[in-house]
Design a protein around this ligand. Sequence first.
Ligand code: GLY
Length: 368
Amino acid sequence: MIFNCELKKVVDDSYEIEIGHGLQEKLINDLKNGLTGKKKFAVVTDSIVEGLYGRDIYERILGAGFKADLFVIPECEKSKTRAMKEFVEDSMLEKGYRRDCAVIAVGGGVVTDLAGFVAGTFGRGVPFVNYATTLLAAADASVGGKTAVDTPLATNLIGIFNQPEKVYLDIDTWKTLPEVQIASGLAETIKHGCLGDAELFEYLEKNVEKIFAGDVAACEYIAEHNCNVKYRVVMNDERESGLREVLNLGHTVGRAVETVSDYKLFHGEAVAIGLVAQAELGKKLGYISAENCDRVIKLLERAKLPVRVPEYVDKKVLVKKLYTDKKVRDGKLRFVFQKEIGSVMQFGDNNFAKEIAEAEIAEIIEKM
Ligand code: GLY
């Protein structure tokens, strides 16, 4: 006997990204207006952001008459683990959280990636909201619905696509970021310029120092342009069946060097090294001119990002680590390449990544 379980779905996962300054009260109002449909909130934050924004948001939620608890994870990339996910989940269960709640992530990429993943599996899924407090989260992590944890083998290997109810990009929070965090966020911003927005790239060439100085117009400009590039890509390929791989520009070497550095490199710093690697290899393969390749490297340097593999990283181990990349197919390395500035190479129908022999990339890494 065959029982036909017909289960066609029409899903509307649309959500708003609100860009602004001091959006805490906006969040509270949205919660009052039923943004998540829930009245009980698990506020997930990290040990640094707790004192800056997390506890404040938690107290505002309580002040609005809702139930809430604060769940704090240690601040560092190494918190993005299955063990930490379990810790948050068990803490929520102990406090009586069931399906009647929503998760509010307040923090950078580690918090939004982890909390979004928790929300996606807690009670088989509860709504979540991202309140992004870093440039990196605003540029990439909190937008687009990718949630994940790292494993000892590599970053982001275990996770789900899970879209938030809303994302708040509070530009005022960038004021409390250390310089290295601004630089890290700029790496993803430069990546967006390289792959899909020549105007953004040129703007950064003229104004990158203004971001470090906290210039309001410049910060608003990059926040908006980052969202625009990501939206154009994610809207057309949410589940990364092809096009979304372009957002992986610089991440093949980037993710590998981040893991091999044992997270001494911040994510954006690792991505900067990865962007240089793809540009150098792209130059050799004729995808980018020597002049544009230099422009990429110069802009990364001005954004206070590393453009060489650190001395302490074993380059042979790094090359082997490339095989943990999610784009690997049939055991072959695949790379995304920028096409000059503001576009990407396409290698066939819905294929934006090219197979690269280990020796080709090993030669580039050796020189970096
Ligand atoms: N950070 C890559 C993506 O969102 O697809």
